[in-house]
Design a protein around this ligand. Structure first.
Ligand code: ADP
Length: 403
């Protein structure tokens, strides 16, 4: 395979959009096309109002769009022309059947694989960027093998994305590491080389880690599980602090100075949110159960349970501080996304806490500068009560002073 000329990315979401924008900026001679089935999303990527907010993203998109960065709904054309195809579609938790509520649903990934097998010709490197259960690459590979035409050959690589929402652009420009997993065959190694040749333009070689496919897939799940576990660990200590009179911030500082522990990710909070941590830990739990490792499954399951406990505990504490009833009391919630510098509300702790308080009859006033009112309404729509005043980013209202 000669030098990479065209990259296609299927899925224009939180992962695909920022990742490809940065690749386009770093590789001016490569044409990068991001495609999606969602027309509205693609239109938004082509407008001044990008569908997602990330600090610095708008600038990168504006600099490259129309030059070597394109957003399109013509999936087949982009797939046909590409040398490398990234798959960065969503892998939600299954809501039905075997593994319901825990296993990842691979239907979108498989749909992409089938589409690629149908329309592509020549040699393609297919890169799994979405977080997937271990051995997903194998099932993609199998789809290709079953569909393969004589004029199509391919290699499947795992290249999980470690960006954190809210700091995606700086994470992408200066990653701690890039992980690429592939087959241990000569063809697999050559495909790894080709993908590495993209990243080496801005990432020091020492930070590019290559492994076998399964190690790469598992590393992504393990990294998120470790991060989630740290939050649950400090949150568990916060419960203890509250009943003993210790101060969790002082404890976090004191233990964080130990270099073996480190000082990051030690802030006690209302529990972790976001589309990844819970999903990935549940996925790991399911994997362990399926592989007959019940003790390991239970260990990680506890990280989730502690998180749910922390959310309940936080809401219950509000109720008890307000003399054991919040009925008809006006409560302001500042911030609704799952963390700062993002508009993403998926699995946000704010949703759980709001619902808990609404069930208790509280009158909520919610404000988040990055979240639209409609999104908040949708996230809370399954609750029995309703939020009365929801203030979106462009609503001026008296409830915006930080507490
Ligand atoms: P993530 O946070 O993993 O990036 P998102 O939900 O933000 O997930 O983005 C995934 C995107 O993938 C969505 O915009 C969705 O429309 C798109 N998508 C899902 N399935 C397909 C498919 N078969 N072909 C093209 N795009 C798809």
């Amino acid at each position: 395979m000669g030098p990479v000329k065209r990259i296609c990315c299927i899925g224009a979401g939180y992962v695909g959009g920022p990742t490809c924008s940065v690749i386009a900026q770093m590789c001016p001679e490569i044409a990068v096309t991001v495609v999606d089935v969602n027309e509205e999303r693609i239109q938004a990527w082509n407008s001044d109002q990008l569908p997602i907010f990330e600090p610095g993203l708008q600038e990168v998109v504006e600099a490259q769009r129309g030059i070597n960065l394109f957003f399109s709904t013509d999936i087949d054309k982009a797939v046909r022309e590409a040398d490398i195809i990234f798959i960065s579609v969503n892998t939600p938790t299954k809501t039905f059947g075997l593994g319901k509520g825990r296993a990842a649903d691979l239907k979108y990934i498989e749909a992409c694989a089938r589409r690629i097998a149908q329309v592509a010709t020549g040699y393609k490197i297919v890169v799994e960027k979405s977080t997937v259960p271990v051995r997903a690459a194998e099932s993609i590979q199998r789809i290709f093998s079953a569909n393969t035409k004589s004029d199509l050959s391919f290699q499947v690589l795992s290249n999980p994305e470690f960006l954190a929402e809210g700091t995606a652009i700086s994470d992408l420009k200066n990653p701690d590491r890039v992980l690429i997993g592939g087959d241990e065959t000569p063809e697999g190694q050559r495909a790894i080389e080709t993908l590495s040749s993209i990243y080496v333009r801005w990432v020091p070689k020492t930070r590019i880690i290559t492994t076998n496919t399964w190690s790469s897939e598992l590393s992504k799940l393990a990294a998120n599980a470790f991060l989630a576990q740290r939050i649950s660990s400090i949150n568990s200590i916060s419960a203890l602090c509250e009943v003993t009179g210790a101060d969790v911030e002082e404890v976090a500082h004191a233990i964080g100075t130990d270099q073996r522990i480190g000082n990051r990710f030690l802030q006690a909070s209302v529990g972790f949110g976001g589309s990844c941590f819970q999903k990935d830990v549940l996925n790991l739990v399911y994997l362990c159960e399926a592989l007959n490792l019940p003790e390991v499954a239970q260990y990680w399951q506890q990280v989730i349970e502690l998180n749910e406990y922390q959310r309940r505990r936080f809401a219950a504490r509000i109720v008890s501080c307000l003399f054991n009833t919040v009925t008809d009391k006006k409560i302001a919630l500042l911030g609704f996304a799952f963390k700062k510098d993002t508009g993403d509300t998926r699995e946000s702790s704010s949703i759980h806490i709001s619902k808990y308080l609404m069930d208790e009859g509280a009158r909520l006033h919610i404000y988040d500068p990055k979240v639209k009112k409609e999104q908040i309404m949708q996230d809370l729509s399954h609750s029995t009560a309703s939020a009365e005043h929801l203030l979106g980013p462009h609503t001026s209202a008296p409830h915006t002073t930080p507490l």
